[in-house]
Design a protein around this ligand. Structure first.
Ligand code: DOR
Length: 433
Protein backbone atom coordinates (compact mmCIF):
# COMPACT_ATOMS: atom_id res chain seq x y z
CA UNK A 1 0.00 0.00 0.00
CA UNK A 2 1.45 3.35 -1.07
CA UNK A 3 2.52 5.92 1.41
CA UNK A 4 0.65 9.19 0.78
CA UNK A 5 1.81 12.64 1.86
CA UNK A 6 -0.60 15.57 1.63
CA UNK A 7 1.33 18.83 1.80
CA UNK A 8 0.30 22.35 2.67
CA UNK A 9 -3.38 21.74 3.47
CA UNK A 10 -5.42 23.18 6.32
CA UNK A 11 -5.96 20.07 8.41
CA UNK A 12 -9.15 20.17 10.44
CA UNK A 13 -9.60 17.27 12.87
CA UNK A 14 -12.35 18.20 15.32
CA UNK A 15 -11.72 15.02 17.33
CA UNK A 16 -8.41 16.45 18.52
CA UNK A 17 -9.24 20.15 18.14
CA UNK A 18 -6.63 20.47 15.38
CA UNK A 19 -7.04 23.25 12.80
CA UNK A 20 -3.65 24.05 11.31
CA UNK A 21 -1.69 24.17 8.07
CA UNK A 22 0.49 21.06 8.16
CA UNK A 23 1.45 17.95 6.18
CA UNK A 24 -0.33 14.69 6.80
CA UNK A 25 1.09 11.24 6.07
CA UNK A 26 -0.81 7.99 5.59
CA UNK A 27 1.11 4.74 5.58
CA UNK A 28 0.06 1.10 5.56
CA UNK A 29 -3.55 2.16 5.55
CA UNK A 30 -3.44 4.24 8.72
CA UNK A 31 -2.73 7.82 9.73
CA UNK A 32 0.99 8.01 10.32
CA UNK A 33 1.04 11.53 11.63
CA UNK A 34 1.45 15.21 10.99
CA UNK A 35 4.68 16.80 9.95
CA UNK A 36 5.56 20.35 9.15
CA UNK A 37 7.73 20.89 6.09
CA UNK A 38 9.92 17.80 6.50
CA UNK A 39 11.09 16.19 3.25
CA UNK A 40 9.37 13.29 1.59
CA UNK A 41 10.51 9.68 1.66
CA UNK A 42 11.20 7.45 -1.35
CA UNK A 43 8.21 5.76 -2.96
CA UNK A 44 5.82 8.21 -1.38
CA UNK A 45 2.93 9.74 -3.36
CA UNK A 46 3.02 13.47 -2.65
CA UNK A 47 -0.06 15.58 -3.26
CA UNK A 48 0.08 19.34 -2.91
CA UNK A 49 -3.20 20.35 -1.28
CA UNK A 50 -2.26 23.94 -0.46
CA UNK A 51 -5.34 26.14 -0.25
CA UNK A 52 -7.59 23.17 0.50
CA UNK A 53 -8.99 21.57 3.64
CA UNK A 54 -7.98 18.08 4.77
CA UNK A 55 -10.50 16.40 7.09
CA UNK A 56 -11.38 12.93 8.34
CA UNK A 57 -13.57 10.96 5.92
CA UNK A 58 -17.28 11.57 6.48
CA UNK A 59 -19.36 8.99 8.34
CA UNK A 60 -23.00 8.53 7.32
CA UNK A 61 -25.27 6.80 9.82
CA UNK A 62 -28.19 6.60 7.37
CA UNK A 63 -27.65 5.35 3.81
CA UNK A 64 -30.04 3.38 1.63
CA UNK A 65 -27.88 1.21 -0.64
CA UNK A 66 -30.86 -0.90 -1.89
CA UNK A 67 -28.82 -4.08 -2.40
CA UNK A 68 -29.83 -6.88 -2.14
CA UNK A 69 -33.11 -6.75 -3.99
CA UNK A 70 -33.46 -3.30 -5.51
CA UNK A 71 -30.39 -3.00 -7.70
CA UNK A 72 -32.40 -1.02 -10.26
CA UNK A 73 -32.39 1.81 -7.67
CA UNK A 74 -28.84 1.45 -6.33
CA UNK A 75 -26.21 -1.20 -5.67
CA UNK A 76 -23.39 -1.56 -3.20
CA UNK A 77 -21.05 -0.58 -6.01
CA UNK A 78 -22.92 2.51 -7.29
CA UNK A 79 -23.97 3.65 -3.81
CA UNK A 80 -20.49 3.45 -2.35
CA UNK A 81 -18.97 5.15 -5.41
CA UNK A 82 -21.48 7.96 -4.82
CA UNK A 83 -20.46 7.97 -1.16
CA UNK A 84 -16.79 8.34 -2.11
CA UNK A 85 -17.67 11.21 -4.46
CA UNK A 86 -19.48 12.88 -1.57
CA UNK A 87 -16.52 12.48 0.81
CA UNK A 88 -18.07 9.63 2.82
CA UNK A 89 -15.67 6.86 3.82
CA UNK A 90 -18.06 4.94 6.08
CA UNK A 91 -21.76 4.38 5.38
CA UNK A 92 -24.29 2.56 7.54
CA UNK A 93 -26.49 0.48 5.25
CA UNK A 94 -30.22 0.55 5.98
CA UNK A 95 -31.91 -2.87 6.22
CA UNK A 96 -34.98 -2.16 4.03
CA UNK A 97 -33.62 -4.37 1.28
CA UNK A 98 -35.06 -7.62 -0.09
CA UNK A 99 -34.51 -9.74 1.90
CA UNK A 100 -34.42 -7.40 4.86
CA UNK A 101 -31.39 -7.63 7.17
CA UNK A 102 -32.99 -9.66 9.97
CA UNK A 103 -30.43 -12.23 11.08
CA UNK A 104 -26.74 -12.73 11.71
CA UNK A 105 -26.38 -14.51 8.38
CA UNK A 106 -28.02 -11.58 6.57
CA UNK A 107 -25.42 -9.30 8.18
CA UNK A 108 -22.61 -11.65 7.16
CA UNK A 109 -23.94 -11.87 3.61
CA UNK A 110 -24.02 -8.07 3.31
CA UNK A 111 -20.48 -7.77 4.64
CA UNK A 112 -19.34 -10.40 2.12
CA UNK A 113 -20.98 -8.54 -0.78
CA UNK A 114 -19.50 -5.26 0.45
CA UNK A 115 -15.99 -6.76 0.55
CA UNK A 116 -16.47 -7.67 -3.10
CA UNK A 117 -18.19 -4.54 -4.45
CA UNK A 118 -17.96 -1.56 -2.11
CA UNK A 119 -15.34 1.16 -2.45
CA UNK A 120 -15.99 2.62 1.02
CA UNK A 121 -16.60 0.93 4.37
CA UNK A 122 -20.14 -0.46 4.72
CA UNK A 123 -21.53 -1.12 8.18
CA UNK A 124 -24.78 -3.12 8.32
CA UNK A 125 -27.81 -1.90 10.25
CA UNK A 126 -30.31 -4.64 11.08
CA UNK A 127 -34.07 -4.51 11.41
CA UNK A 128 -35.82 -4.17 14.77
CA UNK A 129 -38.70 -6.40 13.67
CA UNK A 130 -38.67 -9.25 11.16
CA UNK A 131 -39.24 -7.93 7.64
CA UNK A 132 -39.93 -4.53 9.24
CA UNK A 133 -43.48 -5.75 9.77
CA UNK A 134 -43.83 -4.66 13.37
CA UNK A 135 -44.95 -8.07 14.62
CA UNK A 136 -41.95 -9.94 16.04
CA UNK A 137 -38.50 -8.79 17.10
CA UNK A 138 -35.58 -9.67 14.82
CA UNK A 139 -32.52 -11.56 16.02
CA UNK A 140 -30.72 -8.52 17.33
CA UNK A 141 -28.15 -10.26 19.53
CA UNK A 142 -27.25 -12.56 16.63
CA UNK A 143 -26.88 -9.58 14.29
CA UNK A 144 -24.78 -7.68 16.84
CA UNK A 145 -22.43 -10.64 17.01
CA UNK A 146 -22.14 -10.73 13.21
CA UNK A 147 -21.20 -7.04 12.99
CA UNK A 148 -24.39 -4.95 12.88
CA UNK A 149 -23.90 -1.45 14.31
CA UNK A 150 -27.52 -0.46 15.06
CA UNK A 151 -31.13 -1.50 14.43
CA UNK A 152 -34.02 0.24 12.69
CA UNK A 153 -37.26 -0.53 10.89
CA UNK A 154 -35.98 2.04 8.41
CA UNK A 155 -38.65 4.10 6.70
CA UNK A 156 -41.18 2.95 9.30
CA UNK A 157 -41.60 3.74 12.95
CA UNK A 158 -41.29 0.65 15.20
CA UNK A 159 -44.96 -0.17 15.05
CA UNK A 160 -46.03 -0.65 18.65
CA UNK A 161 -44.89 0.78 21.93
CA UNK A 162 -44.66 -2.75 23.34
CA UNK A 163 -42.16 -3.82 20.67
CA UNK A 164 -40.20 -0.60 21.05
CA UNK A 165 -40.00 -1.17 24.79
CA UNK A 166 -38.59 -4.70 24.27
CA UNK A 167 -36.23 -3.48 21.56
CA UNK A 168 -34.85 -0.81 23.89
CA UNK A 169 -34.37 -3.44 26.57
CA UNK A 170 -32.27 -5.43 24.07
CA UNK A 171 -29.95 -2.43 23.67
CA UNK A 172 -28.81 -3.05 27.25
CA UNK A 173 -27.62 -6.46 26.07
CA UNK A 174 -26.13 -5.53 22.69
CA UNK A 175 -24.97 -2.01 23.52
CA UNK A 176 -26.27 -0.96 20.08
CA UNK A 177 -28.88 1.76 19.55
CA UNK A 178 -32.39 1.52 18.13
CA UNK A 179 -32.65 4.18 15.42
CA UNK A 180 -36.31 5.00 14.99
CA UNK A 181 -38.03 6.62 12.01
CA UNK A 182 -40.09 8.88 14.22
CA UNK A 183 -43.30 9.39 12.28
CA UNK A 184 -46.68 8.13 13.44
CA UNK A 185 -48.27 6.76 10.25
CA UNK A 186 -51.84 7.24 11.50
CA UNK A 187 -51.25 10.92 12.21
CA UNK A 188 -49.29 11.33 8.96
CA UNK A 189 -52.49 10.03 7.43
CA UNK A 190 -51.18 9.49 3.92
CA UNK A 191 -49.90 13.07 3.69
CA UNK A 192 -47.32 13.80 1.02
CA UNK A 193 -45.74 17.07 2.17
CA UNK A 194 -45.60 19.35 5.20
CA UNK A 195 -49.04 20.40 6.42
CA UNK A 196 -49.29 24.16 6.02
CA UNK A 197 -50.12 27.00 3.62
CA UNK A 198 -47.98 25.63 0.77
CA UNK A 199 -49.77 22.26 0.90
CA UNK A 200 -53.11 24.07 0.95
CA UNK A 201 -52.15 26.22 -2.03
CA UNK A 202 -50.98 23.17 -3.99
CA UNK A 203 -53.97 21.09 -2.95
CA UNK A 204 -51.74 18.36 -1.47
CA UNK A 205 -52.43 16.42 1.72
CA UNK A 206 -50.16 17.47 4.57
CA UNK A 207 -48.22 15.67 7.30
CA UNK A 208 -48.56 17.67 10.54
CA UNK A 209 -45.57 18.28 12.79
CA UNK A 210 -47.35 16.22 15.42
CA UNK A 211 -46.86 13.03 13.39
CA UNK A 212 -43.20 13.30 14.34
CA UNK A 213 -43.53 14.83 17.79
CA UNK A 214 -45.97 12.17 19.08
CA UNK A 215 -43.50 9.50 17.94
CA UNK A 216 -40.56 11.30 19.55
CA UNK A 217 -42.50 11.63 22.80
CA UNK A 218 -43.36 7.90 22.80
CA UNK A 219 -39.80 6.85 22.20
CA UNK A 220 -38.37 9.20 24.80
CA UNK A 221 -40.85 7.91 27.39
CA UNK A 222 -39.82 4.33 26.61
CA UNK A 223 -36.12 5.20 26.71
CA UNK A 224 -36.76 6.65 30.18
CA UNK A 225 -38.65 3.52 31.24
CA UNK A 226 -36.03 1.05 30.02
CA UNK A 227 -32.77 2.99 30.26
CA UNK A 228 -32.20 1.77 26.68
CA UNK A 229 -30.19 3.40 23.93
CA UNK A 230 -32.37 5.42 21.52
CA UNK A 231 -31.33 7.21 18.32
CA UNK A 232 -33.82 9.49 16.59
CA UNK A 233 -33.50 9.44 12.79
CA UNK A 234 -33.83 12.52 10.57
CA UNK A 235 -35.59 14.97 12.90
CA UNK A 236 -37.54 17.64 11.04
CA UNK A 237 -39.47 19.84 13.47
CA UNK A 238 -38.70 22.56 16.01
CA UNK A 239 -40.99 20.77 18.48
CA UNK A 240 -38.83 17.64 18.30
CA UNK A 241 -35.79 19.69 19.26
CA UNK A 242 -37.64 20.98 22.31
CA UNK A 243 -38.59 17.45 23.40
CA UNK A 244 -35.07 16.16 22.78
CA UNK A 245 -33.46 19.05 24.65
CA UNK A 246 -35.56 18.35 27.74
CA UNK A 247 -34.78 14.62 27.56
CA UNK A 248 -31.07 15.38 27.35
CA UNK A 249 -31.29 17.62 30.41
CA UNK A 250 -32.76 14.63 32.25
CA UNK A 251 -29.77 12.53 31.20
CA UNK A 252 -31.53 10.09 28.85
CA UNK A 253 -29.32 7.94 26.61
CA UNK A 254 -30.65 9.45 23.40
CA UNK A 255 -28.94 10.72 20.27
CA UNK A 256 -30.29 12.28 17.08
CA UNK A 257 -29.43 13.08 13.50
CA UNK A 258 -30.59 15.68 10.96
CA UNK A 259 -30.30 15.56 7.17
CA UNK A 260 -28.65 18.14 4.92
CA UNK A 261 -32.02 18.75 3.24
CA UNK A 262 -33.95 19.39 6.44
CA UNK A 263 -31.26 21.88 7.52
CA UNK A 264 -31.22 23.83 4.27
CA UNK A 265 -34.51 23.44 2.37
CA UNK A 266 -38.16 24.10 3.19
CA UNK A 267 -41.51 22.97 1.84
CA UNK A 268 -41.23 25.81 -0.68
CA UNK A 269 -39.04 23.36 -2.66
CA UNK A 270 -42.19 21.37 -3.44
CA UNK A 271 -43.54 24.53 -5.06
CA UNK A 272 -40.35 24.93 -7.07
CA UNK A 273 -38.09 27.17 -4.95
CA UNK A 274 -35.08 25.01 -5.91
CA UNK A 275 -36.00 23.44 -9.26
CA UNK A 276 -38.40 26.08 -10.58
CA UNK A 277 -40.98 23.31 -11.01
CA UNK A 278 -44.31 23.32 -9.19
CA UNK A 279 -45.09 19.92 -7.65
CA UNK A 280 -41.43 18.92 -7.75
CA UNK A 281 -41.60 15.24 -6.79
CA UNK A 282 -37.85 15.29 -6.16
CA UNK A 283 -38.61 17.43 -3.11
CA UNK A 284 -40.94 14.76 -1.73
CA UNK A 285 -39.22 13.14 1.21
CA UNK A 286 -40.12 11.44 4.46
CA UNK A 287 -40.26 13.21 6.87
CA UNK A 288 -41.30 16.11 4.65
CA UNK A 289 -39.35 19.33 4.22
CA UNK A 290 -40.79 21.70 6.80
CA UNK A 291 -40.78 25.47 7.40
CA UNK A 292 -38.01 28.04 7.77
CA UNK A 293 -38.63 28.14 11.55
CA UNK A 294 -38.11 24.37 11.72
CA UNK A 295 -34.89 24.53 9.68
CA UNK A 296 -33.63 27.33 11.98
CA UNK A 297 -34.40 25.26 15.08
CA UNK A 298 -32.66 22.20 13.62
CA UNK A 299 -29.57 24.27 12.86
CA UNK A 300 -29.54 25.76 16.33
CA UNK A 301 -29.95 22.25 17.76
CA UNK A 302 -26.98 21.06 15.72
CA UNK A 303 -24.82 24.03 16.75
CA UNK A 304 -25.65 23.54 20.43
CA UNK A 305 -25.17 19.76 20.35
CA UNK A 306 -28.81 18.88 21.07
CA UNK A 307 -28.67 17.16 17.67
CA UNK A 308 -25.54 15.03 17.49
CA UNK A 309 -24.80 14.75 13.83
CA UNK A 310 -25.72 15.04 10.18
CA UNK A 311 -26.80 11.91 8.26
CA UNK A 312 -27.82 11.95 4.60
CA UNK A 313 -30.78 9.53 4.46
CA UNK A 314 -29.50 8.97 0.90
CA UNK A 315 -32.61 7.51 -0.76
CA UNK A 316 -32.07 6.75 -4.44
CA UNK A 317 -35.17 6.09 -6.57
CA UNK A 318 -35.86 5.15 -10.17
CA UNK A 319 -36.83 7.94 -12.53
CA UNK A 320 -40.29 6.40 -13.11
CA UNK A 321 -40.94 6.47 -9.37
CA UNK A 322 -40.44 10.25 -9.36
CA UNK A 323 -41.62 11.19 -12.83
CA UNK A 324 -45.28 10.78 -11.92
CA UNK A 325 -48.12 12.45 -10.02
CA UNK A 326 -46.83 13.99 -6.79
CA UNK A 327 -49.21 11.81 -4.77
CA UNK A 328 -47.73 8.66 -6.33
CA UNK A 329 -44.05 9.64 -6.14
CA UNK A 330 -41.70 7.68 -3.88
CA UNK A 331 -40.31 9.78 -1.01
CA UNK A 332 -36.55 10.32 -0.86
CA UNK A 333 -33.60 12.37 -2.04
CA UNK A 334 -30.39 11.03 -3.54
CA UNK A 335 -28.16 12.94 -1.18
CA UNK A 336 -24.62 11.59 -0.88
CA UNK A 337 -23.11 13.60 -3.70
CA UNK A 338 -24.70 16.96 -2.82
CA UNK A 339 -24.41 16.78 0.98
CA UNK A 340 -21.20 18.75 1.40
CA UNK A 341 -21.96 21.42 -1.19
CA UNK A 342 -25.48 21.89 0.15
CA UNK A 343 -24.31 22.13 3.78
CA UNK A 344 -21.66 24.66 2.76
CA UNK A 345 -24.56 27.06 2.07
CA UNK A 346 -24.82 27.36 5.86
CA UNK A 347 -21.08 28.03 6.22
CA UNK A 348 -21.01 30.60 3.40
CA UNK A 349 -24.02 32.32 4.98
CA UNK A 350 -22.06 32.61 8.25
CA UNK A 351 -24.54 30.46 10.14
CA UNK A 352 -22.34 27.44 10.84
CA UNK A 353 -18.59 27.30 11.12
CA UNK A 354 -16.64 24.89 8.96
CA UNK A 355 -15.09 23.01 11.90
CA UNK A 356 -18.54 22.38 13.41
CA UNK A 357 -19.83 21.16 10.06
CA UNK A 358 -16.89 18.78 9.72
CA UNK A 359 -17.38 17.56 13.29
CA UNK A 360 -21.06 16.87 12.55
CA UNK A 361 -20.02 14.72 9.58
CA UNK A 362 -17.11 12.89 11.23
CA UNK A 363 -16.36 12.52 14.93
CA UNK A 364 -19.87 13.27 16.15
CA UNK A 365 -21.65 10.47 14.23
CA UNK A 366 -18.76 8.11 15.05
CA UNK A 367 -19.01 8.79 18.77
CA UNK A 368 -22.78 8.40 19.00
CA UNK A 369 -22.65 4.90 17.55
CA UNK A 370 -19.30 4.01 19.12
CA UNK A 371 -17.43 3.69 15.80
CA UNK A 372 -13.64 4.03 15.68
CA UNK A 373 -13.70 6.41 12.68
CA UNK A 374 -14.01 10.15 11.99
CA UNK A 375 -10.57 11.15 13.33
CA UNK A 376 -7.08 11.81 11.98
CA UNK A 377 -5.42 10.71 15.21
CA UNK A 378 -2.14 8.83 14.72
CA UNK A 379 -2.89 5.15 14.13
CA UNK A 380 -6.53 5.75 13.11
CA UNK A 381 -7.79 4.15 9.86
CA UNK A 382 -6.47 6.17 6.90
CA UNK A 383 -9.82 7.68 5.95
CA UNK A 384 -9.76 11.29 4.77
CA UNK A 385 -11.15 13.88 2.40
CA UNK A 386 -9.66 16.88 0.68
CA UNK A 387 -12.22 19.64 0.29
CA UNK A 388 -12.35 22.91 -1.61
CA UNK A 389 -14.86 24.92 0.42
CA UNK A 390 -15.01 27.66 -2.23
CA UNK A 391 -15.26 25.72 -5.49
CA UNK A 392 -18.56 26.33 -7.29
CA UNK A 393 -20.17 23.53 -9.29
CA UNK A 394 -23.56 22.98 -10.84
CA UNK A 395 -25.62 19.96 -9.81
CA UNK A 396 -26.17 17.71 -12.82
CA UNK A 397 -27.87 14.47 -11.72
CA UNK A 398 -26.87 12.95 -15.06
CA UNK A 399 -23.32 12.95 -13.73
CA UNK A 400 -24.12 11.39 -10.35
CA UNK A 401 -22.35 8.12 -9.64
CA UNK A 402 -25.48 7.09 -7.74
CA UNK A 403 -28.16 5.40 -9.82
CA UNK A 404 -30.61 7.71 -8.03
CA UNK A 405 -30.91 10.93 -10.02
CA UNK A 406 -33.64 12.21 -7.70
CA UNK A 407 -32.58 15.57 -6.35
CA UNK A 408 -34.47 18.84 -6.08
CA UNK A 409 -31.12 20.61 -6.60
CA UNK A 410 -30.65 19.91 -10.32
CA UNK A 411 -29.26 23.03 -11.98
CA UNK A 412 -28.37 24.67 -8.67
CA UNK A 413 -24.87 25.99 -8.15
CA UNK A 414 -23.29 24.79 -4.91
CA UNK A 415 -20.09 26.14 -3.43
CA UNK A 416 -18.02 23.40 -1.80
CA UNK A 417 -16.45 20.43 -3.58
CA UNK A 418 -14.85 17.11 -2.65
CA UNK A 419 -11.48 16.74 -4.42
CA UNK A 420 -10.12 13.51 -2.97
CA UNK A 421 -11.42 10.65 -0.84
CA UNK A 422 -9.17 8.06 0.75
CA UNK A 423 -10.32 4.91 2.59
CA UNK A 424 -7.85 2.83 4.59
CA UNK A 425 -5.00 4.58 2.81
CA UNK A 426 -6.37 3.88 -0.69
CA UNK A 427 -7.58 6.65 -3.01
CA UNK A 428 -11.20 5.85 -3.92
CA UNK A 429 -12.20 9.15 -5.52
CA UNK A 430 -10.22 11.89 -7.19
CA UNK A 431 -11.62 15.05 -8.74
CA UNK A 432 -9.16 17.48 -10.28
CA UNK A 433 -6.34 17.03 -7.75
O1 DOR B 1 -37.71 9.88 2.15
C1 DOR B 1 -37.38 8.80 2.60
N1 DOR B 1 -37.03 7.79 1.78
N2 DOR B 1 -37.37 8.61 3.92
C2 DOR B 1 -37.17 7.40 4.47
O2 DOR B 1 -37.16 7.30 5.67
C3 DOR B 1 -36.99 6.21 3.59
C4 DOR B 1 -36.42 6.61 2.29
C5 DOR B 1 -36.43 5.52 1.26
O3 DOR B 1 -36.13 4.38 1.59
O4 DOR B 1 -36.68 5.80 0.08
Amino acid sequence: MARIRLTGGRVIDPASGLDDVTDLVLDEGVVKGLSRGSGSADGETVLDVSGYVVAPGFVDLHTHLREPGFEDMESLRSGTRAAAAGGFTTVCAMPDTSPTTDTGSDVEALLRMARRDAVVRVLPVGTVTKHREGRELSEMADMAEAGAVAFTDSGRMVKTGALMRRALEYTLLTGLPIADHVEDPDIAGGGVMNEGPTATRLGLRGVPHEAEEVAVARDLALARLTGGRLHLAHLSTAGSIGLLGRAREQGLAVSAEVTPHHLTLTDAAVAGSESGRLYDANARVSPPLRTLEDAEALLQGLREGVIDCIATDHAPHRIIDKNCEFDDAAPGISGLETAFGLLMRLVHAGRLDLATLIAALTVRPSRVWGLPYGTLARGAPGDLVVLDPAQAWTVDPGRFLSKGKNTPLAGQTLRGAVLLTVVNGTVVYRNGL
